[in-house]
Write a protein that binds this ligand. Structure first.
Ligand code: BES
Ligand code: ZN
Length: 455
């Protein structure tokens, strides 16, 4: 182990250069103009895997390619773990809020700035660096590893589910390891045992057949933008409770054990409020902010569009209005049931003066796994060894929809071992990755395979 850890330390500067090269590829899955960059990012990570001696294939899909890379199998009695990551990144807009361009990585202090550096290029590259350290020091890897790196996570992993089903035999493993999530701080490494699920819907209100002069016609017909606002306002009350009947029916409350674990996390409301930049926190009454953002469901408007958005003013009654919405779900809410309930509620409250269309989008179930298994304990030991602090247990509010498919299709649970920090600005301007989290994450990874092989 010492040789592996020394190697990781000695080669830190080169690991950083490689991470920068990877982050220079603008692999934005949401934007069609970046299609060639998706192929370049897949090729980059595949060639990196090959350079470490991994048996690597780039599988084309109807969407972006999926990269699968295997370490040379050691002893067949050793466990096999699948390490999942994604090479696609969120759109960088708005560009003007970036201190330096999003695809020109920059190191400042102990942080490296670039879109996708934390979510998720830096985190899965850390695991590959661990493999490199084992291979180049001639240390036998305690586990067989399969890396599965896709390019559509940020847009709902549409083609990965089918791929998993087709390749289930080849991807057979004892468990999945994912570092695509976070920890509260470098001094509070943590194992994430639950993620929220998600469903996306688009709500559209259509009114007149074209934009109309608001002076000539305004007042004599419903304004679609107003109708949409009033309709959406019926979805949640002032205390933060979602008003859709049956919405909370399957929500499993936090256990006393979970609340005790949560209390060990370093959460400070006032610092959190300042960090968000809001005048006052708001959330479902009866729950702490930490509970609200990890263990309670939400109804979130992600985007609102209607009417004239250009310079100056334009006096119209817009022809239509639309909203992009996502709902975060918690165990045991079912995406399909929730979409149905929300659609019914929208229909019930939509006035007859406009037409309503509800278009369901991507979705994924919430995930929860026991935090007290021997495997979870092994992961906690690896976190402790890598970060140098006692490891905690936590739930997180983000979603990685494919985690449930790993359970359903491959029959295995996932260990979520994040390296991102709360101020990494994932999905925001000036995304960064902490160099200390990177190095601690690599040490954690080095210990992880030894710990997991020993249980
Ligand atoms: N890395 C995140 C998910 C995440 C972040 C999990 C923090 C736990 C803590 C991932 O890249 C992501 O952003 N997922 C999307 C999924 C969606 C597009 C289906 C999300 O959560 O919005
Ligand atoms: Zn993301």
């Amino acid at each position: 182990m010492k040789a592996v850890l020394d190697y990781l330390h000695t080669h830190e500067a080169r690991f950083l250069e490689e991470l920068c090269a990877y982050a220079r590829i603008p692999s934005v899955s949401a934007q069609p103009k970046h299609a060639p960059d998706m192929l370049r990012a897949a090729a980059w990570i595949a060639s990196h895997c090959r350079s470490l001696g991994l048996a690597t294939r780039v599988h084309p899909t109807a969407g972006n390619p999926i990269v699968v890379a295997r370490t040379t199998p050691v002893d067949s009695r050793r466990p096999t773990y699948l390490v999942y990551g994604h090479y696609d990144v969120q759109p960088p807009e708005p560009f003007e809020l970036w201190k330096t361009p999003p695809f020109e990585p920059r190191i400042e202090g102990r942080s490296i700035y670039a879109r996708g550096i934390s979510d998720n290029k830096g985190q899965h590259l850390a695991h590959l660096n661990v493999v490199e350290a084992y291979v180049r020091t001639g240390t036998q890897l305690p586990c067989n590893l399969i890396f599965l790196i896709e390019g559509e996570e940020e847009v709902g992993s549409d083609h990965l589910g089918l791929f998993l089903q087709k390749q289930r035999g080849k991807l057979a493993c004892d468990g999945v390891v994912i570092s695509d999530n976070g920890i509260p701080s470098l001094k509070h490494p943590a194992l994430t045992y639950a993620l929220r699920g998600i469903v996306a819907i688009e709500v559209r209100i259509d009114g007149p057949s074209r934009d109309l002069h608001s002076g000539l016609f305004g007042g004599s017909l419903e304004n679609p933008a107003m109708a949409l606002c009033q309709l959406l306002a019926k979805m949640r009350d002032k205390r933060g409770k979602i008003s859709v009947p049956g919405y909370y029916q399957n929500v499993v409350p936090l256990s006393a054990y979970e609340r005790r674990q949560m209390a060990k996390l370093p959460f400070r409301s006032e610092a959190y409020r300042k960090f968000l930049g809001v005048p006052k926190l708001f959330g479902e009454s009866g729950f702490t902010p930490d509970e609200q953002k990890t263990s309670r469901p939400t109804f979130e408007i992600n985007g609102l569009t209607s009417g004239y958005q250009g310079a100056g003013s334009k006096t119209i009654v817009p022809a239509w209005a639309s909203a992009k919405i996502t709902l975060r779900l918690v165990p045991d809410q079912k995406p399909r049931q929730i979409v149905l309930a929300v659609t019914q509620h929208l229909r019930k409250h939509c006035p007859p003066t406009v037409r309503l269309t509800v278009k369901p989008g991507h979705g994924g179930e919430p995930y929860i796994v026991s935090p007290t298994t021997p495997r979870a304990q092994a992961a906690l030991r690896a976190l402790r060894a890598g970060f140098g602090y006692e490891a905690l247990l936590m739930r997180e509010g983000g979603s990685i929809p494919i985690v449930n498919q790993f359970k359903k299709v491959l029959g295995v649970d996932t260990l979520l071992l994040g390296m991102a920090l709360p101020d990494d600005n994932a999905h925001s301007p000036n995304e960064k990755f902490s160099l200390d989290a990177f190095t601690a994450g690599m040490r954690m990874g080095a210990h992880l395979w030894k710990e997991l092989a020993a249980i």
